[in-house]
Design a protein around this ligand. Sequence first.
Ligand code: P5A
Length: 446
Amino acid sequence: MRLTRYFLPVLKENPAEAQIVSHRFMLRAGMIKQQAAGIYSWLPLGYRVLRRIEQIVHEEQQRAGHIPLLMPTLQPADLWRESGRYDDYGQEMLRIKDRHERDMLYGPTNEEMITDIFRANVSSYKDLPLTLYHIQWKFRDEMRPRFGVMRGREFLMKDGYNFDLDRDAALHAYNRHMVSYLRTYERMGLTAIPMRAASGPIGGDNTHEFLVLASTGESEVFYDDRVTALKLGAREIDYDDRAQVAKVCEEFTTLYARTDETHDGAVFDQVPEAHRKVARGIEVGQIFYFGTKYSEAMGATVTTPDGAKVPVEMGSHGIGVSRLLGAIIEASHDEKGIIWPEGVTPFPVGIVNLKQGDAAADAACEALEKALLAKGLEPLYDDRDERAGAKFATMDLIGLPWRITVGPRGLANGVVELTSRRTGESEEMSPEAAVAKVAEIYAAHP
Ligand code: P5A
């Protein structure tokens, strides 16, 4: 992509309305535009990152055997009257009437609708286990939308729902979600810690939130800091192997890690003092096991192998897809701008032409662009007629992890410069070597 043909409305000044760094950088880097309190347009750069995050979520959900579908944003109120949540949900629910005066709502979550899909189509244990998920916009009329995409009113969520014959199978689904979420966040360059939490309006007694530590987080968290060193890494997971999946969950949930809702001072005091930490965190996901809460209320039953009819066991599992952009920036930035982890970056590499209009420099940039594209890596080529300083400032702000700088002086010696946004370190090498190095880096981040 050539910058002169792109739409990247960067701001020089710090927007006054942004109180936290991720919101400030998302506005300055031209990623989002607020349209109403807590409602945003996703401009091209922000949209690219959003799509990238969605893609990782899809890949990891499908790796765990979960099946994508798409439900609407608008829902009939009657479904929610069946579960009893229409009245319970209160002012957070955006209620709408259609032209026939029918009560509708903009979905804040989809437990009722998925239960309706299930009961209309499944009646036998033979069709279980089943986990369906979608990535769809939600609306919650939050009292205090703030911090940009972090607490929006309209926001993008991945929400998945498992259907199982018995409690053990449903708990396996819960564990499978926990492990797939750990992998999902790691691919985005995040450490997200599963913490025992409270279930709120979703219900059930078994729930974990995933928290990214950040001073600007809205949740207070209490944890044993050895939990932050745990990594799933590249280990092979067989998502059908209940014992293996349960063991991974045990590894990640044994050390003390709780949100303020479930914090227990007496238990926390048993953590060695040097490891006891109180901090703040951003909730980037939550998983719930709630058994038959919805299936019983809505008549979603299955026949068992011995012919009995029982309400299906369920859980629901959510990832804050749009919130993740904010969380990643909170976790990865410096004073100049964003530093995207390779897994989610909008473009893998930027090309900076130090002397636009110089025949050799222009030709070298174009050749680099072609060679990178041939490797499936679309660069963002800053081909504006601007000072080098302005081009560097834009690249630093938008945070591409790698930059190739091309100028007549280097080219006279056959070299360009490859710079890491994270470390600031630069290395001179031939254009071919720079392409090969960038390709090698991204081969490790499929
Ligand atoms: C689980 C999936 C649920 O709604 N039902 C379906 C369950 N869980 S949740 O914890 O309430 O939401 C899941 C994740 O969505 C993100 N989130 C938000 N993101 C941005 N703005 C908001 N106002 C907002 N509210 C929730 C969080 O990451 C949360 O973990």
